[in-house]
Design a protein. Sequence first.
Length: 176
Amino acid sequence: GQGQSNYDLSFKILLVGDSAVGKSSLLVSFISNVVDDLSPTIGVDFKIKFLTVGEKRLKLTIWDTAGQERFRTLTSSYYRGAQGIILVYDVTRRDTFTNLSDVWAKELELYSTHEDCIKMLVGNKVDRESERVVSREEGITLAKELGCLFFECSAKTRQNVERCFEELALKIMEVP
Ligand code: GDP
């Protein structure tokens, strides 16, 4: 069979955002194709996923904050060399949405050294529609403001999870 070390391109992707928005769950959901136990996950550093987009075989190294975000700040080394950054909020918690512009986008600007870094805004937990407090329109508006791609998804049902990572990878590949 084809060895896992066989790939054309390698990208570093980061997940940022408030605690408990579902960053680890999104990562696990994307990596494992099954969501059995969505318990809070602390301590995940990064995971690797091989993905074929078009003709290219990609190696995605996706970093999770491992709970560091509790201190509301990540070290500059976390951001170094990232080609893609996913800003995650929880559609059922408005503070996680406002913190993206008030806290995370600012930190990102400070640290993200990669000029052509592709950013994506992700509203997670759309399976909890009845508890939603941040509308899709608000998400679209913020994404425009921050210059991000935009997706709403659910780590629980896996709705849009693969699509958002694939779309991000696709956009990174388009960077000259
Ligand atoms: P992190 O701190 O941002 O990494 O968040 P976690 O991945 O640890 O998730 C925090 C909590 O939200 C956990 O209890 C998860 O089970 C739950 N959760 C994560 N994603 C979803 C989702 O899409 N839908 C629902 N209903 N719950 C989710």
